[in-house]
Design a protein around this ligand. Structure first.
Ligand code: GTB
Length: 218
């Protein structure tokens, strides 16, 4: 059954692949599953019809027959479990790939989000200048640990998996920042993810939402 996902009608990043529907698009492209996209405005996201799918009034959502899912980790895991290509067949390797999915979302993403949120909401606060180095140090520690584990491997644990897919989307949030400067293996890891044909198709489709939208947006 062809799934439908939701995405921003008017993404703040102008479709540069940072909004989280990118993860779901990429996963669907990796497994060769065609899908539909329903674009929602910020107002629509907070209305009851959307909250019935996503209690927090966010994108993306995923509908497939009588299944409705939210949370990108759960959606990507669902896709990976139902199609070949994103999780290894061997039970232990599969469990480890799932561990990397959780690591991306629970261990690496939180300090990156804390830094990002502070820059949006605390810039004019007296403590901001003092707080930023601490927030950045937390990111640096995680990145150094991740870099050390990755070493000179292409992917985190054997072949590309849903764990790499989520990790690359998390790291893209700081792509181009000085935080990654000292860690060329992570920069190359992100580039390897972005070079995958499935990633490129997903990116182009997300970008097309912005380039094709009406000038007024929604
Ligand atoms: N934990 C949830 C998941 O993984 O599905 C988080 C979902 C989420 O944060 N969704 C965001 C959202 O709907 C969009 S992705 N926000 C609206 C709201 O909460 O009211 C976050 C995002 C948005 C925009 C950019 N950007 O433009 O750069 C990057 C990331």
């Amino acid at each position: 059954m062809r799934p439908t996902i939701t995405a921003f009608a008017n993404s703040p990043d102008r479709g540069r692949g940072l909004a989280r529907d990118m993860r779901v698009r990429w996963a669907l492209e990796e497994v060769g599953q065609p899908y539909d996209v329903r674009l929602v405005s910020f107002r629509e996201m907070k209305e009851p019809a959307h909250r019935a799918l996503q209690p927090f009034g966010q994108i993306p959502t995923y509908e497939e027959g009588d299944l409705a899912l939210f949370e990108t980790g759960a959606i990507v895991l669902h896709i990976a479990e139902r199609h070949a290509g994103l999780l290894p067949a061997d039970a232990n390797a599969r469990a480890r790939a799932i561990a990397w999915m959780f690591a991306a979302l629970n261990t690496v993403e939180p300090p990156i989000l804390d830094r990002e949120m502070a820059s949006f909401t605390e810039r004019d606060r007296a403590w901001y200048a003092e707080r930023v180095p601490m927030l950045e140090e937390r990111i640096r520690v995680r990145l150094a640990e991740l870099s050390s584990r990755l070493g000179d491997a292409d992917w985190l644990d054997g072949p590309f998996s849903a764990g790499d897919l989520l990790m690359v989307t998390v790291l893209r949030r700081i792509e181009g920042s000085a935080l990654l400067d000292a860690l060329p293996n992570l920069t190359a890891y992100i580039a390897r993810g972005e070079a995958r044909p499935a990633y490129k198709r997903a990116f182009e489709d997300q970008l097309a939402v912005f380039t094709n939208r009406s000038p007024a947006g929604s």
